[in-house]
Design a protein around this ligand. Structure first.
Ligand code: DGL
Length: 262
């Protein structure tokens, strides 16, 4: 039995879409979430900066005695995961590999990806897909406005719908659309309308949750099954709209947030 929490981080509220899926699957685990709101958005920053930020956030989580870390961010996964796995001696799971595994297992080849500018520029998704799925056909599109709109809580208004339409309209003839930024599940309704019901819209949090569960089972890191999991949320800057969006996402009224001392 291992009571230590699972650490999860993102630039802001997007990673809560991943946290929520992991909590659903393993509610008996304890969690520490860091939203790096002081450095939001990650999507427009250079790889060098992303590596520096990820290093700091992982150190923060390790200082909080976590047993495993989830990089609940597409931008950070695509540009810093490998480097972090080299530096730190703790299991670190990103959002790309578990999702590509799902695509492969389901024989999905015609794939659309929407993500931040940094993620698309890095070609992190394309590389992993090409390595694992023969004859894949990938269309990708950077959507730099969506994550800031999600942080603002502009999820279902006309501007959000228009932005989703503008970004997704040219992606055609796909079997699945990967939400390659963890903020994008917040726009799921508009995205569904845009791509139609025959396209599998992939919320990476679900695949990550399965990967985390399998990992802790295989490595004997599970908490007591009877434990009622506790989640602690830290932000690097609390002057933001995080709490309102997180409440909607987690469907709870009472969220307490602490400023991370850094
Ligand atoms: N949620 C993040 C991602 O998955 C980052 C968005 C941002 O900070 O630009 O890419």
């Amino acid at each position: 039995m291992d009571k230590r929490p699972i650490g999860v981080f993102d630039s802001g509220v997007g990673g809560v879409t991943v946290l929520k899926e992991i909590q659903k699957l393993i509610p008996n685990e304890n969690y520490i979430y860091i939203g790096d709101t002081a450095s939001f958005p990650y999507g427009s920053k250079s790889q060098k900066t992303i590596i520096k930020l990820c290093k700091k956030r992982i150190e923060d989580l390790i200082n909080n005695n976590v047993k495993l870390i989830v990089i609940a961010c597409g931008t950070a996964t695509s540009q810093a995961l490998e480097e972090m796995q080299k530096i730190f001696n703790i299991p670190i799971i990103g959002i790309i590999e578990p999702t590509v595994k799902y695509l492969k297992d389901n024989n999905i080849r015609k794939i659309g990806i929407i993500a931040t500018a940094g993620t698309i520029r890095s070609k992190g998704w394309e590389k992993k897909i090409k390595q694992n799925i023969k004859e894949s056909d990938v269309q990708s599109k950077a959507c730099p406005l969506l994550a800031p709109m999600a942080e603002e809580g502009w999820i279902n208004n006309d501007i959000a719908k228009l932005a989703v339409h503008e970004y997704v309209k040219d992606i055609k003839n796909i079997e699945a659309l990967i939400l390659g930024c963890t903020h994008y599940p917040l726009f799921i309704d508009s995205i569904k309308k845009e791509v139609g019901k025959n396209v599998d819209i992939i919320n990476t949090g679900k695949m990550v949750a399965k990967e985390v569960k399998d990992y802790i089972n295989i490595n004997n890191l599970q908490n007591d099954k009877r434990n009622k999991g506790i989640t602690k949320i830290f932000l690097t800057d609390i002057e933001c709209n995080f709490i309102n969006v997180a409440k909607k996402l987690m469907q709870i009224e009472d969220i307490s947030i602490k400023k991370l001392n850094n």
